[in-house]
Design a protein. Structure first.
Length: 137
């Protein structure tokens, strides 16, 4: 089997380092950025959430997510390329599963972070409304 590497893939494998005070290599930052770019689409997040619950056949994902089959196929391809999901054929169907159990933890952490941010915004909004009411008196 032959594996084709892009210029970006080759660069990711090179051992470039940040200035002397930093011990983290550039490729690690790039790998993290690519990882988070993979999570940067609402459909991919929804797919991962569903797969965290249980394995799903493509038709089940399509029913729950909606949209065009070609769009779902593209999003699944991105997740496959980054090895976040696995696919297997069961009878005449393709079934997807999460390949990295820690994705569940990441999605839960994102939910907690967003909840905290929204709570802080709601508190600020309430304070601003209160100040506005006092200023109007």
């Amino acid at each position: 089997m032959t594996i084709a590497l892009s210029h970006e893939d080759i660069f990711m494998c090179e051992t470039m380092h940040m200035p002397e005070k930093s011990t983290t290599s550039v490729p690690l930052y790039q790998a993290k950025a690519e990882f988070f770019r993979t999570l940067g689409h609402p459909a991919r997040i929804r797919i991962l959430e569903l797969l965290c619950e249980r394995d799903h056949a493509v038709h089940e994902l399509l029913e729950k997510i909606g949209g065009e089959p070609s769009s779902l196929s593209q999003q699944l391809a991105v997740l496959r390329r980054t090895s976040m999901v696995l696919s297997r054929r069961v009878g005449g169907e393709v079934v997807y599963s999460i390949s990295v159990p820690e994705v569940r933890d990441l999605l839960l952490a994102a939910r907690k972070i967003l909840s905290g941010m929204l709570a802080a915004q709601a508190e600020l909004s309430s304070e601003l409304a209160q100040e506005g009411a006092e200023a109007a008196r």
